[in-house]
Design a binder for this molecule. Structure first.
Ligand code: CAA
Length: 292
């Protein structure tokens, strides 16, 4: 098994910057790639801000923070992936986008590099089959916010070999995270359970059973969830939630996974949640205000 030294992450959104953050803090050299310069700039600021939070809580020292930041580069140029030992794709949850990224990655990474996808629902076997190395391809599903959440879901595709799986376990251990093994079926474990709950919360709103605040308060105080389901949907991104429901619906062909029309409407409006300032709540003022 190749020992990992340098890790490349594609996609500087909320998952990609979190993955880059924890890998750099664990001592890996990290290159974070995105097609957008402003997205990279925002990612750099987010990583610094989140490390600052960890510093102020004394989870990390100033020295650990500065050396982690020194180990990170931010680039739009995939040719900087030539010496990565592992490339992790963390782009939008759309299969054609991911397939296109892996095709571009293959033109830049070394023949020995491992490939991973942070997909939250799409078949690892299918993504792996579009590459020249399905045996060195694996699903590494991190949770948001990556620096805080303890879990990595590890998903082996049909062809993933033992060395690649062991690489994933070693990486998780070095990142101080716990692994849950999931079989390669639509949305794996976390989102197979979580997304139908969120979708049902949107149905509960759609059918007028509760208001946005009523539903979130009920689940926070009634089920001890740290966030209400609609607040969590906004946090994850409503486009991501919808994409995952579509993968469940298409992949398992069961009507119980049909996306709620109200979720579709919010996505069509571009009200995608916190990242755009508006979803089930409006975040543009001092405090979030329900949008229904
Ligand atoms: N980076 C570093 N530290 C962070 C952070 C970040 N991005 N976000 C929060 N923190 C730290 C804070 O500094 C704080 O530290 P202390 O406990 O030492 O005070 C701690 O995390 C809690 O944060 P806050 O006090 O700001 O806020 P909170 O108590 O409301 O917690 C939360 C925030 C951790 C996000 C919490 O609300 C929570 O656990 N929410 C549920 C998150 C969840 O379910 N995530 C999974 C989503 S599903 C997914 O990711 C899979 C998918 O494919 C869709």
């Amino acid at each position: 098994m190749t020992e990992l030294k340098k890790i490349g992450v594609v996609g500087a959104g909320q998952m990609g910057n979190g993955i880059a953050h924890v890998c750099a803090l664990a001592g890996y050299t990290v290159v974070l790639n995105d097609i957008s310069e402003p997205a990279l700039e925002k990612a750099r600021e987010t990583v610094e801000k989140n490390m600052q939070r960890q510093l102020s809580k004394e989870f990390i020292s100033l020295d650990e923070m500065t050396s982690a930041l020194d180990r990170m580069t931010f680039t739009t140029d995939l040719s900087e992936f030539g010496d990565v030992d592992l490339a992790v794709e963390a782009a939008t949850e759309k299969e054609p986008i991911k397939v296109d990224i892996f095709a571009k990655l293959l033109q830049n990474v070394s023949p020995d590099a491992y490939l991973a996808s942070n997909t939250s629902s799409i078949s690892i076997t299918r993504l792996a089959s579009t590459t020249d190395r399905p045996e060195r391809f694996i699903g590494l599903h991190f949770m948001n916010p990556v620096p805080v959440m303890q879990l990595i879901e590890v998903i082996r595709g049909l062809a993933t070999d033992q060395a690649t799986y062991e690489m994933a376990l070693t990486l998780a251990e070095r990142l101080n995270k716990t692994v849950a093994n999931a079989e390669d079926f639509p949305a794996f474990i976390v989102n197979r359970v979580l997304m139908p709950m969120i979708n049902e919360a949107v149905y509960t709103l759609y059918e007028g059973v509760g208001t946005v605040e009523g539903i979130d308060t009920a689940m926070k105080l009634g089920a001890n969830h740290p966030m209400g389901p609609l607040q969590l949907a906004d946090f994850i991104g409503l486009d991501t939630c919808l994409s995952i429901m579509q993968v469940l619906h298409d992949g398992l062909a069961d009507t119980k996974y049909r996306p709620c029309p109200l979720l579709v409407k919010y996505v069509e409006a571009g009200w995608l949640g916190r990242k755009v300032g508006r979803g089930f709540y409006d975040y543009r003022g001092d405090a979030p205000i329900p949008t229904r």
